[in-house]
Write a protein that binds this ligand. Structure first.
Ligand SMILES: [Fe+2]
Length: 168
């Protein structure tokens, strides 16, 4: 079976989100940043595809966590997300090792230690940029992330362009 395209996976994830516009807008924004940073960093095609799939699906456990735990605490999301994303991708024709890596990334997207690949690095950066603008993060938080976590040139340039008042 041919693997689904990014657009097909995007359509599937929007349908899966059941009209939750907040969640849909968030993962579309994370995907856009991840896609942009990935291309700026010249990822190979396979890694770029894997990164984009992870960006689209990274918060798949949010609705469940709101119901089950009453919040979207990062640790719960990571735990619940692994099996949910494997199930979600099981009929997409994506190779099993790619699904496993996506599931690993979904299961670690709030974990800033032990970043073990450019796909992981860019997912963290893209999600941070989207969350910073959505939640109005302050200067200290943003400067700290830039100095301690950011690695890619593309991610740094984008964060600087969004927050020129915080980042010179
Ligand atoms: Fe997120």
């Amino acid at each position: 079976m041919e693997s689904m395209t990014i657009s097909q996976i995007m359509e599937k994830m929007i349908a899966f989100s059941d009209g939750n516009i907040y969640d849909i807008d968030h993962f579309i924004r994370v995907w856009t940043y991840a896609r942009t940073i990935g291309e700026l960093e010249n990822l190979d095609r396979e890694t770029q595809f894997l990164l984009e799939v992870a960006a689209i699906t990274h918060d798949i456990a949010c609705p469940l966590c709101r119901v089950k735990y009453g919040n979207t605490n990062g640790k719960y999301q990571e735990e619940e997300g692994v099996s949910m994303v494997k199930e979600f991708l099981s009929d997409t024709g994506i190779a099993e090792e790619v699904i496993d890596r996506v599931a690993f990334l979904v299961g670690h997207h709030h974990t800033f230690s032990g970043i073990d690949g450019i796909d992981y690095q860019i997912l963290i950066e893209a999600d941070y940029i989207a969350n910073a603008t959505e939640n109005g993060y302050g200067q200290e938080n943003i400067v700290n992330f830039m100095q301690k976590i950011m690695e890619t040139e593309g991610g740094k340039q984008i964060l600087k362009a969004i927050y020129p008042q915080y980042l010179m």
